[in-house]
Design a protein around this ligand. Structure first.
Ligand SMILES: [Zn+2]
Length: 113
């Protein structure tokens, strides 16, 4: 094994330990997509009834396996950046989980399991 291979292996081992020790709080995660919608309100005399809809207003839309349907949550505008961060965390979690599984697969293949 040359020095480059050894450094690479050390890096992968370190990365493996690092990935295994990661933790996430559910409150830091979200899934789905942010949608901007134009809405009609309940007031029959409102301008929105004539086509001047309210909005765009942000929503977090997601497909619920449990409820078996698309669902959405209205987001106050000042919470949009927080939700974007949570969506990004969820993507990172998925990427890191995949990276961990690939590392473990390679390790098993090396050991011939
Ligand atoms: Zn209206």
């Amino acid at each position: 094994m040359d020095k480059k291979q050894k450094n690479n292996m050390e890096y992968l081992e370190k990365r493996h330990e690092e990935l295994k020790s990661k933790t996430y709080a559910l409150e830091d995660l979200a899934f789905g997509t942010i949608q901007w919608r134009w809405n009609v309100c309940g007031n029959p005399k409102c301008k929105c009834k004539k086509g001047e809809k309210h909005g765009p207003q942000p929503y977090l839309a997601f497909s619920s396996k449990k409820e078996k349907k698309m669902m959405s949550i209205y987001l106050p505008k000042d919470e949009v950046s927080e939700i974007e961060k949570r969506l990004e965390n969820f993507q990172n979690l998925r990427d890191e989980l995949e990276e961990l599984l690939v590392l473990e697969l390679r390790e098993r293949q090396k050991k011939g399991k």
